[in-house]
Write a protein that binds this ligand. Structure first.
Ligand code: UDP
Ligand code: MN
Length: 650
């Protein structure tokens, strides 16, 4: 008992001592802050808060609002860096010794990941030379491991990003004619809304600084950072602290995970600028990017505009300029693409600097009038966390009285992820969002989608989206139908015929595999392959009434032959197509006959080459695939169009 009492007394004394020390530290901090504040105040007048907090009474979805111009923050009572050290196990080391100076012009901060200070000592039995080598190898190995885990965590090489200045300047990529551009002084003001969920420190802050470094002050109302319930430690108090030093930057946090659209709608509701610029949390702006966007929106408030989106490489962080002209499109699987296509360019002399209308725009950077955004229905709250919200907004903007375009004198680079860095509990999230679009906007054309995404089709059979409110909105806004959208806005999109027995997976009897289109080549096409039948609808082909076989989800590529090799090439513009692009399907024998050569489509197995492979055809890199061969009744020349979705369902 006595021992226990003594131990308690000792513990109490230690506790007192700690409390005393803590009190002392707090008093010192408060004093030094007061002193510094007085010094600061003697230099500059206090700035009234831009948007007083009272404007958002009892906002239930907000946890913290940090406004760089909020005087409450200038009290310096936030012991952010210390606190975050404990809660996040992150070591946050400012490169500057002077913690009172705002860090924005100083650059590099370093975030050390947990585990970075693992025991790195080599085993003791090594000689001195061996030790050096072992340490080096060990450290190199560790660095590689850390790089790998950084890539896994973020979908890009965050360690490379860490080494790059937060203020780096992109190489000039604008057309020379853009450089002398004069813009009206009375351009509308912009709120740049940057939503983020678990973004890396370096990419997030480089985005913020890049906006601050490039947007002219008179036009930049604010940068609004919206934290979509991030979990990573560095995005907590350390970020609040950092942001509180930046002029015109505000941080709001959601206490609910909202997803891309929801988060942007929240930001829009809190924004004060006339024009909203939604920007991903991993972008870098080219000088002069904002003015051309604002000008186009000022001229027509229903115009939604995007800069040319250049690409930051996920591995090297190198800048890759996107080729102009470019516009946003989507295919029948409802996947979005940027399409660089010289045919979009007209012959006019100013075409290099003139905006191009675009059937859709990506979500990376988007400028839209704030009132128009609200009146057209913001981002659709019925859609789930991530994916295809940009396609939904695009169809809606166009159908309900607006327009979209890419403005070439404005350029912003976006970091393309290697993979999606988020884990969603709903595996079919993307399909559900696509179903939402199909059922809300596509009318009868949705069948074309469901045939090419059978997972979506089967989900749709067991559940219906609850989109009545959006259908009502569509009605009350007087939006046009999808037929109008296709014929007026996006007439280049091929409308498949999908006739029974002449469309579906192109199944080969001899091998039990399916014809498979070349991916990742864009509009260039490439050699046709065979692959295990996926059953997902991704291998869907359509033999149309002009005898073309189109197998890509855009329907822009046609089955064609280069010598004996069967390829997909851009479909001919002229109608009717020449016999080079025409195929006849003989149902009885299952043969697909190439009309120009009168040869049959055959699968050549891996390792085997066609017997009569002509020398002039470059087949050296190929070990199998689809070839033209004299017609026989061999099962490798027998085909079926397998319909995955029965016509009565779709
Ligand atoms: N984002 C978000 N909440 C989410 C998922 C994403 O706020 O649940 C943010 C993300 O940090 C990024 C933007 O929304 O700034 C778009 O997401 P992402 O870059 O992953 O989309 P992608 O560019 O790959 O289409
Ligand atoms: Mn992105």
């Amino acid at each position: 008992m006595r021992l226990w009492a003594r131990a308690t007394a000792v513990r109490r004394r230690v506790l007192c001592l700690w409390l005393l020390l803590l009190g002392f530290a707090l008093v010192t901090l408060a004093l030094s802050d007061l002193l510094n504040r007085d010094r600061d105040h003697s230099r500059q007048k206090p700035v009234p808060p831009l948007r007083p907090l009272q404007r958002i009474p009892n906002a239930p979805d907000l946890e913290v609002i940090v406004d760089s111009r909020d005087p409450a923050l200038e009290l310096g009572v936030d012991l952010a860096p210390l606190k975050s050290l404990q809660e996040d196990q992150l070591l946050f080391v400012p490169s500057t010794q002077d913690s009172k100076n705002p860090p924005q012009k100083k650059g590099s901060y370093k975030v050390l990941l947990p585990g970075a200070n693992k025991d790195t000592r080599p085993p003791a039995h090594l000689t001195h030379g061996e030790m050096g080598k072992a340490v080096r190898i060990h450290l190199e190995g560790m660095e590689r491991d850390m790089e790998l885990s950084a890539v896994q965590k973020y979908g890009f090489n965050e360690m490379v990003s860490e080494r790059i200045s937060l203020h780096r300047r992109l190489p000039e990529a604008r057309h020379p004619e853009c450089l002398g551009g004069q813009y009206s002084e009375s351009l509308p003001s912009a709120s740049v809304v940057i939503c983020f969920h678990d973004e890396a420190w370096s990419t997030l802050l480089r985005t913020v600084h890049s906006v601050l470094d490039t947007a002219p002050k008179p036009h930049l109302q604010e940068v609004l950072l919206v934290d979509d319930l991030s979990q990573h430690g560095h995005l907590k108090s350390v970020l609040s602290e950092y942001v509180s030093h930046l002029d015109a930057v505000r941080l709001i946090r959601s206490t609910k995970r909202l997803g891309v659209g929801g988060c942007r709608t929240l930001g829009a509701a809190r924004a004060a600028g006339e024009v909203l610029v939604f920007m991903d949390s991993h972008c870098e702006c080219q000088k002069g990017w904002l003015e051309p966007l604002l000008e186009r929106v000022a001229q027509d408030r229903t115009r939604v505009v995007s800069p040319i989106i250049d690409v930051i490489d996920w591995q090297t962080f190198q800048f890759n300029a996107t080729q102009w002209p470019v516009r946003g499109v989507f295919d029948w699987r409802l996947n979005f693409y940027w399409e660089s296509n010289p045919q979009l360019q007209d012959k006019e002399s100013d075409s290099a600097v003139r905006p191009v209308q675009s059937p859709a725009l990506g979500g990376g950077v988007l400028a839209i009038d704030r009132h128009f955004f609200q009146s057209v229905g913001a981002y659709d709250p019925g859609m789930l966390l991530w994916g295809v919200e940009q396609i939904e907004l695009s169809i809606r903007v166009w159908s309900c009285g607006g327009s979209m375009e890419v403005v070439p004198c404005s350029r912003v680079a976006h970091l393309d992820h290697h993979h999606l860095p988020y884990h969603f509990s709903d595996q079919e999230l993307l399909q559900r969002n696509k179903i939402w679009i199909a059922d809300t906007w596509m009318d009868a054309y949705r069948k074309i989608f469901y045939r090419r995404d059978t997972l979506a089709h089967f989900i749709r059979q067991s559940e219906s989206p609850n989109n009545t409110e959006r259908l009502q909105l569509k009605k009350s806004l007087g939006c046009r139908n999808f037929h109008w959208y296709l014929s007026t806005v996006y007439p280049q999109l091929y409308i498949p015929q999908d006739r029974p027995a002449l469309s579906g997976e192109l199944y080969n009897v001899g091998t039990g595999s399916c014809a498979d289109y070349p991916r990742g080549q864009g509009l260039r096409g490439g050699a046709m392959n065979v692959a295990p039948c996926s059953g997902t609808g991704s291998q869907h082909c359509d033999l149309n009434s002009e005898f073309e076989v189109r197998c890509d989800p855009m329907g822009a590529l046609c089955l064609d032959a280069k010598g004996e090799m069967v390829v997909l090439s851009p479909c001919p513009i002229h109608r009717p197509p020449t016999s080079r692009f025409q195929w006849k399907f003989i149902k009885l024998s299952g043969q697909l006959v190439h009309q120009q050569s009168q040869l049959c489509l055959e699968v050549v197995k891996e390792g085997g080459l066609p017997q009569s492979s002509p020398k002039k055809v470059n087949t050296h890199a190929r070990t199998g695939g689809l070839f033209l061969r004299p017609c026989t009744h061999h099962p490798r020349q027998q085909w079926h169009f397998e319909q995955l979705v029965s016509p009565k369902d779709a």
